[in-house]
Design a protein around this ligand. Structure first.
Ligand code: C2E
Ligand code: MG
Ligand code: MG
Ligand code: MG
Length: 284
C-alpha cells in the first residue's frame, strides 16, 4: 500500500506500519461493539488520606476485556476512542456507571471520572453530566471530573464558560497529570479547579531527582496558597509516601495502596481499611 506524501512522492508503509494500521482499524471496529457486548467495565482506584489511612475518593478507570485478546489497556484503546469520536459515547457510559456505583459508598467518598478533551468540546457535555447525576441521585459535589491541560487549549469553545457551567452544576473539577503540559500555573488562577493531581512521573523521580523534589515542593506551596486539594499519583513505595508527606502532600493514589480493582473488591475497604499502609510506619 502506498500513501502520498506532502511532496507528492509515494511513501511505502513498512510492514510494521501496516500491521499497526490494521490493528488500529480492527480495535476501532471491535471497540464500537464492545459497549453493547458488555466487554467494558469500570475499575476503581482509591485515593487515600495517608494521615488517617482513609479512602477519600475513588477514580473510575475503564477496562476492556476482549474475548480473544484479554485485557486491553486504556493506554491503547482510549487514544483510538478519542481519534474516532467513540470516546463520547463510551465516556458518557463511564460517567453514568460511576455515578451509580458511588451512590452505594459512604457519602464522604467522592468519585473521580476522567473526561477526554473531545468530550470536553462536546456541546451536550453539560446534559450528559446532569443526566448522570439526576439518574443516579448522586450529590453533585461527590462527582469530580478530571481533565488534562490539553482539554483547556481550544479555539473552538469558550473553555472558561464551560468550566464555570460544570462548576455551577455542583461537580468539582480536577486537573490531571499536572506538571506535564503547558503554562499550568496560569490555568489554576483562571479556572474553577478544586484539585490538582501531580503526574506519576514526578512520584517516580521523587526520591532520586533533586530537581523533581524542587518541583514537587513548589507545586505543594502553590496548592496551599491557592487553597487547592493536591493528590500525588503513582506512589508505589513507602519512601515516596514519606517524601510526599514531608512536602505536606497527604492525598495519595498509587499501587502502594491499591491497583485499580473491581468495585466488589474495594467495598470492604471503604468503611474501615485496617491494614492500609500508614504514614507513621515510615516516618523516621
Ligand atoms: P490517569 O487518569 O492519569 O489515571 C491514572 C493511571 O495511573 C491509571 O492507569 C492507573 O492505573 C495508573 N496508576 C495509578 N497508580 C499507579 C502506580 O502506583 N504505578 C503505576 N505504574 N501506575 C499507576 P490506567 O488505568 O491504565 O489508565 C491510563 C489512562 O487512561 C488514565 O490516566 C486516563 O488518562 C485514561 N483513562 C482511563 N479510563 C478512562 C476513562 O474512563 N475515560 C477517559 N477519557 N480516559 C480514561
Ligand atoms: Mg485521571
Ligand atoms: Mg493522571
Ligand atoms: Mg494520564
Amino acid at each position: 500500500k502506498a500513501k502520498t506524501s506532502a511532496r507528492g512522492t509515494a511513501v511505502w508503509y513498512t510492514p510494521q506500519m501496516q500491521d499497526e494500521l490494521l490493528k488500529k482499524r480492527q480495535i476501532e471496529d471491535e471497540l464500537r461493539e464492545a459497549l453493547g457486548r458488555d466487554e467494558l467495565s469500570v475499575f476503581y482506584q482509591p485515593i487515600v488520606d495517608s494521615r488517617r489511612g482513609l479512602v477519600v475518593a475513588m477514580e473510575a478507570l475503564l477496562r476492556w476485556r476482549h474475548p480473544e485478546r484479554g485485557m486491553i489497556s486504556p493506554g491503547v484503546f482510549i487514544p483510538i476512542a478519542e481519534e474516532t469520536g467513540l470516546i463520547v459515547e463510551i465516556g458518557a457510559w463511564v460517567l453514568r456507571q460511576a455515578c451509580r456505583d458511588a451512590t452505594a459508598w459512604p457519602s464522604h467518598i467522592r468519585v473521580a471520572v476522567n473526561l477526554a478533551p473531545l468530550q470536553f468540546q462536546e456541546a451536550d457535555l453539560l446534559d450528559t453530566i446532569s443526566e448522570a447525576l439526576a439518574e443516579s441521585g448522586l450529590a453533585p459535589d461527590r462527582l469530580e471530573l478530571e481533565i488534562t491541560e490539553s482539554a483547556l487549549i481550544s479555539n473552538t469553545i469558550d473553555v472558561e464558560a464551560k468550566l464555570k457551567s460544570i462548576a455551577a452544576l455542583g461537580a468539582r473539577l480536577a486537573l490531571d497529570d499536572f506538571g506535564t503540559g503547558y503554562s499550568s500555573l496560569s490555568y489554576l488562577n483562571r479556572f474553577p479547579v478544586r484539585k490538582v493531581k501531580i503526574d506519576q512521573a514526578f512520584s517516580r523521580q521523587a526520591i532520586d531527582s533533586p530537581k523533581t523534589q524542587a518541583i514537587i515542593s513548589a507545586i505543594s506551596a502553590l496548592a496551599r496558597d491557592l487553597d487547592l486539594d493536591l493528590v500525588a499519583e503513582g506512589v508505589e513505595t513507602h519512601a515516596q509516601l514519606a517524601f510526599m508527606a514531608s512536602k505536606s502532600i497527604f492525598l495519595i493514589q498509587g499501587f502502594l495502596y491499591s491497583k485499580p480493582r473491581p468495585i466488589e473488591e474495594l467495598l470492604p475497604l471503604l468503611e474501615n481499611w485496617a491494614d492500609a499502609p500508614r504514614l507513621e510506619d515510615v516516618a523516621a
